[in-house]
Design a protein around this ligand. Structure first.
Ligand code: ZN
Length: 290
């Protein structure tokens, strides 16, 4: 699943290709039409396909930014601002092409679901193999309240104090630290890969409860999460299974991971263990992480 660094990579690739351009009209795949007609919320959330398609017509893309694991397209139509919020789910990917045939990997070509035709020619295509991605057309963040509950950006000044105070609340203090740091209301954008890495570097067992970690170590853990996220952004993200940046680009952070997906500990050679925490597989070294 794309985490903060991967989404940042998409935004950095997408922004120069799409900002300033206008969407003329758009269409969605038969798969989306059929499942939306059957009452499912496939990819297009909170609106009918028709309302989404008409709503997006003639939208100018002013700016594309990342917020946590979301891509925010700031849009403008008839002097009215709108926001298209895209979440890549497990396997979402954006392509900027002249024709869908230019999507080189067959699985992404075959699972292209949303096609935005630009006024100046060319297409912006959203492809999603497993269809867990989401797209919402809003007037503002307030129209979808979960967006307002997200923790501050991890690189912002208020993020550390937000994490420390949330980790002390009754809701979080007895939970496993890995579950706490992966919660988007506590820290924005840290998913399984980077939580696993940061806990390994800090020698903290993922199942240790938040209240059994001193404040000083929590500060160091937070700093380590930020460091790992930044290292991954610099490496273009981790290309694991079906993550791709725009037009199929790949990152190299997967070659720098120390614990995620490892069978033995790179530090001490002990076979790693894994444990389910908050529904996700947590890999750790039983010798190094206490
Ligand atoms: Zn070890």
């Amino acid at each position: 699943m794309p985490e903060l660094p991967e989404v940042e990579g998409v935004v950095r690739d997408l922004a120069p290709l799409v900002e300033g351009r206008t969407v003329k009209q758009l269409s969605v795949s038969d798969t989306v039409v059929i499942s939306k007609t059957a009452g499912k919320e496939t990819i297009i959330k909170g609106k009918s396909v028709d309302d989404f398609l008409h709503g997006m017509e003639n939208m100018q893309v002013e700016k594309i930014v990342r917020r946590s694991k979301y891509i925010y397209f700031h849009l403008m139509k008839e002097n009215q601002p709108y926001l298209l919020v895209s979440h890549l789910g497990m396997t979402g990917a954006w392509f900027v092409v002249d024709s869908p045939d230019e999507i080189t990997e067959e699985k992404f070509r075959k699972h292209a679901h949303v096609f935005l035709e630009m006024e100046d020619g060319g297409l912006l295509v959203y492809s999603d193999i497993r269809r867990f991605g989401e797209m919402r057309l809003l007037q503002a963040e307030e129209d979808f309240p979960p967006l307002l509950e997200m923790a501050p950006e991890p690189f912002s000044d208020e993020a550390l104090n937000h994490f420390l105070s949330m980790a002390e609340t009754p809701k979080y203090k007895r939970k496993p630290i890995k579950e706490v740091i992966m919660d988007g209301k506590v820290i924005s954008g840290c998913g399984n890969i980077y939580a696993t890495e940061a806990l390994f570097h800090m020698k903290i067992h993922p199942g240790r409860s938040a209240e059994r970690i001193s404040k000083k170590r929590k500060v160091l853990l937070f700093e380590e999460i930020v460091r790992v996220l930044q290292e991954s952004i610099d490496a273009g993200g981790s290309t694991i299974s079906d993550y791709r940046s725009v037009n199929g680009n790949a990152g190299t952070m997967q070659d720098r991971l120390h614990m995620y997906g490892k069978k033995t500990c790179l530090a001490c050679d002990t076979p790693t263990k894994s444990k389910q925490i908050a529904g996700r597989t947590s890999v750790y070294c039983p010798a190094c992480q206490k």
